[in-house]
Design a protein. Structure first.
Length: 274
């Protein structure tokens, strides 16, 4: 998971149903832990991102396997911040190599570009990004690993900082060119998605849908140039997935440890699982 804030996730946690699956992991302190949002805790306002629904959609096709998420995104960062000699790039390589000790890398999910929406930066986006990805693949020794890149939202020019983002369409064009000219790379549209009140960050519901689109591009190895007809139906299946007793127990422990439920309620609900 690399890019800036919309990859890290800024969706409000209380606006969408919880996704919990003991077979979806996230890398924390070099170890695989059961996924809990926010996954990519880069800032105090980290929230819902696209990778939770991406992973949940993957699980619908892989019922007995595990998937791990490696959070490396950092809010507010530009392509120059992700240059191959910089600390963000080196951290992504380091975290991925940690993951490679116990697993295999199967994909790179990228979303970034809001910080490069000025005309000069936007026009040079493809060239800079290509160097970053080529070097990342080389350093991780995964030359053919799938790369999924997401477009910027149409809402950007309508927000309170809309003037800054007037060249967002150029970034999207560069990302689409990248997908066409780079092996094992596909583009995902952000068309129809909505933002938080700040007009910059995708809201939680849109992040969930974006994750479904990312998975479809990954699974079918095709660009997703238009919204998918069954996006909400897939989300309904994910939200209504029956929890195992282990998952129910873990969720109760999370609620109790975070102060959401009382000790008495915790004991009562745990007793029902025995």
């Amino acid at each position: 998971m690399i890019g800036q804030s919309n990859m890290a996730g800024r969706g409000f946690l209380k606006e969408v149903p919880f996704i919990y699956d003991e077979h979806i992991k996230m890398l924390r302190n070099g170890r695989w832990q059961t996924m809990v949002e926010p996954i990519n805790y880069d800032r105090p306002n980290a929230g819902v991102g696209l990778t939770s629904s991406f992973a949940a959609a993957w699980r619908l096709k892989n019922r007995t396997n595990k998937i791990g998420l490696i959070p490396c995104a950092d809010g507010g960062t530009s392509l120059d911040d992700w240059n191959v000699d910089g600390i963000l790039f080196k951290n992504a390589v380091f975290q991925s190599k940690l993951a490679q000790k116990t697993s295999e890398l199967h994909g790179i999910l990228w979303h970034q570009g809001e910080n490069d929406c000025q005309p000069t930066n936007a026009k040079n986006y493809g060239k800079k990004f290509s160097t970053i990805i080529q070097t990342l693949r080389e350093e991780l020794e995964v030359p053919n690993i799938p790369l999924i890149v997401g477009g910027l939202g149409d809402y950007l020019t309508k927000g309170i900082y809309g003037e800054y983002f007037k060249s967002y369409s150029i970034v999207n064009e560069e990302l689409e060119k990248m997908a066409k000219n780079t092996p094992n790379c596909n583009f995902v549209t952000a068309s129809g998605l909505n933002a938080n009140p700040d007009g910059i960050h995708m809201d939680a519901s849109s992040q969930r849908i974006f994750g479904i689109r990312y998975f479809q591009a990954f699974y079918k190895k095709k660009d997703v140039s238009e919204p998918i007809d069954v996006e909400n139906e897939i989300l309904d299946i994910i939200y209504n997935k029956p929890l195992s007793n282990t998952e129910k127990r873990q969720r109760l422990e999370l609620k109790f440890s975070s102060g959401t439920i009382s000790l008495e309620s915790y004991k009562t609900e745990i007793a029902k699982l025995k």
